[in-house]
Write a protein that binds this ligand. Structure first.
Ligand SMILES: [Zn+2]
Length: 132
């Protein structure tokens, strides 16, 4: 599962950050996970904790936040998010989008001008949001 590889790179970047900033210890960090990212949050959390233990970061508190997806129309500049009722997606479509973000273009249209040409501004990728 790529959650483990991801967790490992998150922990390594946290350690890099710690070294760069001469921090004695990292006690808490927050990971922001895009809504459209195909990641199992529970597996990721578990993997992060396991790897942190292995790296002797025993007192660490790990938070995982989900970032809402925001889409922006390339034709008219309108921005909207997936919970917007205008996009009225079925459960099946939403699930497909979760697994393959690019499929969003097949199902979604700009709620304003109906253009299928839009970009995903937020909601993809995983990043470290804050480190304490
Ligand atoms: Zn539009």
């Amino acid at each position: 599962m790529h959650e483990w590889a991801l967790a490992q790179s998150i922990i390594y970047s946290a350690i890099e950050y710690q070294k760069k900033n001469n921090l004695k210890e990292i006690t808490e960090f927050t990971v922001k996970m895009g809504e459209l990212q195909q990641i199992d949050k529970e597996i990721l959390e578990f993997a992060l904790k396991e790897i942190a233990q292995f790296k002797k970061m025993t007192k660490i508190k790990i938070n995982i936040k989900t970032e809402k997806a925001i889409l922006k129309c390339r034709a008219c500049g309108h921005e909207w998010n997936l919970s917007n009722p205008v996009s009225k997606l079925g459960k099946y479509e939403l699930e497909s989008i979760h697994f393959i973000p690019d499929i969003a273009h097949v199902y979604l249209r700009c709620p304003k001008c109906k253009s299928p040409d839009f970009e995903i501004v937020k909601g993809r990728g995983v990043l470290i949001d804050s480190i304490k």
